[in-house]
Design a protein around this ligand. Structure first.
Ligand SMILES: Nc1ncnc2c1ncn2[C@@H]1O[C@H](COP(=O)(O)OP(=O)(O)OP(=O)(O)O)[C@@H](O)[C@H]1O
Ligand SMILES: [Mg+2]
Length: 324
């Protein structure tokens, strides 16, 4: 069982994504950046999204936050469908949905002091000075940075310090839902672990509900309750984290995993090199989109698109020949 299960309220779904699609026109053709994605996130739960560059992770995160119009499907935020709302209708929801970005340097204005950048968020949403101060002191304690950091400008801080502050800024309004888009990818390896520990710590204190995006399996393993693996706009495998890592079923996830170097050099592991070309998301062939690179590919895979199917222990896989 997931050791964070007591932090999750399974009765309360914060996000329900149903058959979500985001298409971009590309000349006379269509780029299917998201092509029918469905999952739920319960209150207090952290869902991980992994996959190679360009598979649609950021598009998924930004679509759920409705940073742009979506092509098709539903996004249900705490019981309300926000997928077709316009700017004005979305306004009351903005406060409740925050984002943490990859690059902490570009998420702060270099000319603005940190303190002013953080208080500004509260002011925009009508918090009083007193409320903002109280929240800020609490958050600074949580992210373990002294008050005098607020006097500094972004250029006077390290990447790790800035990312802590970006996390604090996302939490000022007590959002019901947070998208963290590769929040450690731009940081030094030594700092990455600190930020991941901080998020783990904060989720316990604040019961955060989060979509956590990463291109690395090892990063999601330590922080997420469930992990969804994406390939060319679709989820190809999704399961509770322990279950997924104990029993990988999709050949693509297996290839992603085998790309991770083992800490112990004595332990021999076969590296699976992803062969074949990544099909273009514009001209997807019929059948399974991973077929051209898959070492288990058969005729059926080239002809018929595999559907994401529940296979037991909450494990879903979209493959005609899942690994046993
Ligand atoms: N505004 C846009 N207009 C056209 N195409 C876009 C746009 N945004 C994203 N795309 C395309 O959609 C696909 C998915 O992009 P996305 O940024 O979601 O990938 P990603 O998984 O986040 O990649 P990375 O790991 O590099 O951040 C890519 O093919 C990308 O080129
Ligand atoms: Mg991205």
């Amino acid at each position: 069982m997931n050791h964070n299960e007591n932090l999750i309220n399974r009765e309360h779904k914060i996000i329900e994504v149903r058959n979500l699609k985001k298409y971009y026109p590309s000349g006379s053709k269509t780029l299917k950046a998201l092509d029918g994605v469905s999952f739920d996130i319960c209150e207090g739960e952290i869902i991980g999204i992994v996959g190679e560059s360009g598979c649609g992770k950021s598009t998924l995160g930004r679509s759920i936050l409705r940073l742009f119009p979506v092509t098709e499907g539903e996004i249900i935020f705490d019981g309300t469908d926000i997928s077709k709302m316009n700017r004005r209708q979305l306004k009351p929801y903005r406060k409740n949905m925050q984002m943490i970005f990859q690059n902490p340097y570009s998420s702060f204005n270099p000319k603005q002091r940190i303190g002013s950048a953080l208080t500004e968020v509260g002011k925009v949403y009508g918090m009083t000075d007193q409320e903002i101060q109280k929240k800020l002191s609490q958050l600074l304690e949580y992210i373990r940075l002294p008050e005098d950091m607020l006097q500094r400008s972004p250029g006077e801080l390290s990447g790790g310090q800035l990312q802590r502050l970006a996390i604090a800024r996302a939490l000022i309004l007590n959002p019901a839902f947070i998208v963290a888009d590769e929040p450690v990818s731009a940081l030094d390896v030594s700092v990455q672990a600190q930020i991941l520990n901080l998020i783990t710590d904060l989720r316990k204190k604040l019961r955060m509900t989060m979509l956590f995006i990463s291109h690395e399996m090892t990063v999601v393993e330590h922080i997420c309750d469930q992990v969804a693996v994406m390939y060319l706009g679709k989820i190809v495998e999704m399961a509770p984290t322990k279950e997924l890592f104990a029993h990988i079923r999709h050949p693509y996830t297996q290839a992603l995993m085998s790309a991770i170097p083992k800490a112990d050099p004595e332990e021999k592991k076969e590296r699976i090199i992803l062969e074949g070309d990544i099909p273009n998301a514009i001209d997807l062939p019929a059948g399974c989109s991973f077929a051209s690179r898959c070492r288990y590919c058969t005729q059926e895979c080239r002809e018929k698109t595999p559907e994401l199917t529940m296979t037991g222990s909450g494990h879903q896989v979209a493959c005609h020949h899942p690994i046993e």
